[in-house]
Design a protein around this ligand. Structure first.
Ligand code: UDP
Length: 326
């Protein structure tokens, strides 16, 4: 197969690129490095099966040659990013998705949308099944991401129903692992970097809000299977093991052996109180479920952050804090 991956230099996009290449497929990677990094694809330099195009998918995009798949992963995805880049986030979810769908249509390719658990907003149903419509504040600060992805799902289904395009929608839950940016702003990277540098771990609110954390290899395997043999119905891919943010902080302290303290900062506006995927559909349709327990995934991620060449220059003083927008 020859597939186009938008956001190929991002955290998930680059791991997904590796997954396709591992099975002998060809990948055209597209990224404008707004939040992605050349470091994430540096190891692919000279790989004849990988071609890179530096471009913004929200602008008109032409890709030469045939394509079997178009996977749209480009988007700011960390709360601190989409709060800083609200217009780009709305554009890549709307114009970017339409451009990516247009490419799929013109090539007769399968289209795959990276959607999100944010579709469910601050959920009133727990755990979240795909049939739940969500509880999203369209005009709140997170609305730029949530509504962009909700529009992206709507337009994907419209192309599927109206143009007969073969489409997939994955709803990605919190994912962590190597290639997260030290200053990404998300909870796993913040806590690990803070623990490794001896800075206090920043708990937003009282730390009783929950998330369910999926190791990146598991997430990418679920996405790959959904692309290969799924169907057009949205599918949750995430790890249903649920923890409070405080429990996560304590686990990170234990695994790093750090003596960092815990400090409380204000809870960001519209921060979901709970999140946990119901993965019955992925289990039944794809034979997929996560394999990496959170402690093991965290240990691998801690190793990654330890070995970052610029580890000594990582300072939590410059870490993004979503709480600043509370
Ligand atoms: N969070 C926290 N401290 C941090 C970063 C995040 O307590 O330094 C909390 C945040 O308020 C949220 C959870 O951790 O409740 C997950 O946040 P993240 O930004 O990783 O992703 P989200 O699930 O909110 O998109």
């Amino acid at each position: 197969m020859r597939v186009l991956i938008t956001g190929a230099a991002g955290f998930l996009g680059s791991h997904l690129t590796d997954r396709f290449l591992r099975d002998g497929h060809e990948v055209v990677g597209l990224d404008n490095f707004l939040t992605g990094s050349p470091d994430n694809i540096a190891h692919l330099t000279g790989n004849a099966k990988f071609q890179f195009i530096r471009h913004n998918i929200s602008d008109y995009t032409y890709v030469a040659g045939h394509l079997d798949g178009v996977l749209h992963f480009a988007s700011p995805a960390s709360p601190i990013d989409y709060l800083e880049l609200p217009i780009q986030t709305l554009k890549v979810g709307s114009l970017g998705t339409i451009n990516a769908l247009g490419i799929a249509k013109s090539k007769g390719a399968r289209f795959f949308l990276a959607s999100t658990s944010e579709i469910y907003g601050d959920p009133l149903v727990h755990p979240q099944t795909e049939s739940y419509w969500g509880n999203v504040n369209s005009i709140g600060p997170r609305g730029v991401y949530d509504e962009a992805k909700r529009f992206a799902e709507a337009v994907t289904m419209a192309y599927h129903r109206h143009h007969g395009i073969d489409t997939r929608i994955v709803r990605i839950f919190n994912t962590y692992g190597p290639r997260m940016r030290p200053h990404d702003g998300r909870v796993v990277s913040n806590f690990i970097v803070q623990a490794l540098t001896g800075e206090p771990l920043t708990l937003y609110g009282d730390g009783t809000q929950t998330r369910s954390f999926c190791y990146v290899d598991d997430e990418v395997e679920g996405i790959f299977r959904l692309f290969m043999r799924g169907d057009a119905e949205p599918t949750n891919i995430g790890n249903p093991d649920e923890y409070t943010v405080k429990e996560l902080a304590e686990m990170v302290l234990e695994l790093t052996g750090s003596r960092s303290e815990l400090v409380h900062l204000p809870l960001p506006t519209d921060d979901p109180k709970v999140r946990k995927p119901d993965i019955t559909r992925a289990r039944e349709k794809l034979g997929w479920e996560p394999r990496v327990p959170v402690r093991e995934g965290l240990a691998r991620t801690i190793e990654y952050f330890r070995t970052l060449t610029d580890a000594s220059s990582i300072s939590t003083r410059t870490l993004g804090t979503a709480a600043s927008v509370a």
